[in-house]
Design a protein around this ligand. Structure first.
Ligand code: TYM
Length: 339
């Protein structure tokens, strides 16, 4: 079967954007694809400095995948740093990747632009992990022989880089070993841009504007009330497609709530539904869909839950897969082969 792979960074509590942009699309692919899903803790190290926090977020992202329905028997599910083969390939591919490619990476450029705007040294606060980030991500993808990578739009460039890096490798060593060239799968246009967050910008841990998936109900309601809206009066027609709460509702609601979404759209467009009422609808739908996940999540987060065994077994499966590719690559590029 073809391979589907994706990862989530444990840099904070998993949020609505992760579920909509990555977890759900990835889980629908498990029917058809050999699925490989992981927690990208090496990538989180570019920003997380508290070991306790890193461990906590790693568990939390793992528990979220399982609560959302990932079946560890039918997938390869692991923590990135449990697979040292990834790091070995990372060095080899770093040596074959042009520095200029990294200079053009969005995340690095954004960090530099921000510094320049603030009149600081362009590389202030930029560590080598952030700079090399796309190479490690290419390794994640290539070492598992991925065909497709389901991600949100913000990760598209990274998947293209992985394809580029595979292409360059194949150009040089293709007679000995060829990497599969991966393709991104992003949520379709009707699902618009990224899911908006509490300030209307893309929901992102780095903007500190997220709605975490597993809040107590009261806190969830409080955050929903904070989503920004314009000042159109209650009775006037509104444009649902420029409204952050409506976008969240539309992207989040599963087929079970398609009726509510269509009805809400009509009422907003006709006038007669205020933003306050829209937020109540959003809260109800979020809560109805998240409640069963929340229960499973909480059980998995208990010390001594099955989480640890699941991850240990996953690491073994992942190492077997990665090891097979790595030994072919070592041979292909001329590393001695004693190891
Ligand atoms: P991360 O942890 O930032 O996000 C995980 C996934 O969630 C998606 N996402 C969103 N989708 C829609 N709307 C949003 N507001 C939103 N916020 C986040 C992201 O697009 C992503 O798919 N570099 C990756 C992790 C990674 C990876 C990989 C992914 C490491 N190695 C290999 C795929 C393949 C990251 O930081 O994702």
């Amino acid at each position: 079967a073809k391979v589907s792979l994706t990862g989530i960074k444990p840099t904070g509590e998993p949020h609505l954007g992760n579920l909509v942009g990555a977890i759900r699309p990835a889980l629908t692919l498990t029917e058809e694809y050999d699925s490989v899903y992981f927690i990208a803790d090496y990538h989180a190290l570019t920003s997380v400095r508290d070991p306790q926090e890193l461990r906590q977020y790693t568990r939390s992202v793992a528990a979220t995948w399982l609560a959302a329905g990932l079946d560890p028997k039918r997938t390869t599910f692991y923590v990135q740093s449990d697979v040292p083969e990834i790091f070995e390939l990372n060095w080899a591919l770093s040596c074959m990747t042009a520095k200029g490619l990294m200079n053009r990476a969005h995340a690095y450029k954004a960090a530099r632009d921000k510094n320049v705007e603030a009149g600081e040294d362009p590389d202030a606060g930029v560590n080598m992990g952030l700079y090399n980030y796309p190479i490690l991500m290419a390794v994640d993808i290539l070492i598992m022989e991925s065909d497709v990578v389901p991600v949100g739009r913000d990760q598209l460039q990274h998947v293209e880089y992985a394809a580029d890096i595979a292409g360059s490798f194949n150009h040089v060593y293709g007679k000995n070993y060829r990497f599969k060239v991966p393709e991104a799968i992003v949520p379709d246009e009707s699902h618009g841009q990224a899911l908006p967050g509490l300030d209307g910008r893309k929901m992102s841990k780095s903007y500190d504007n997220t709605i975490p998936l597993f809040l107590p109900e009261k806190k969830l309601l409080k955050l929903v009330r904070r989503i920004p809206t314009d000042s159109t009066p209650v009775d006037e027609p509104k444009n649902p497609d420029t409204s952050a709460p409506f976008q969240i509702l539309e992207q989040f609601a599963s087929a079970d709530h398609a009726g509510v979404v269509a009805d809400t759209r009509k009422r907003l467009e006709a006038g007669g539904m205020g933003w306050g009422e829209l937020k109540n609808v959003l809260f109800e739908v979020l809560n109805a869909e998240l409640a069963p996940l929340r229960e499973r999540y909480e059980a998995l987060m208990e010390p001594g839950s099955e989480l640890d065994t699941v991850l240990a077994e996953g690491a073994q499966k992942a190492r077997d897969r990665a090891g097979r590719v790595l030994s072919q690559v070592r041979e292909a590029i001329g590393l001695t082969g004693v190891a």
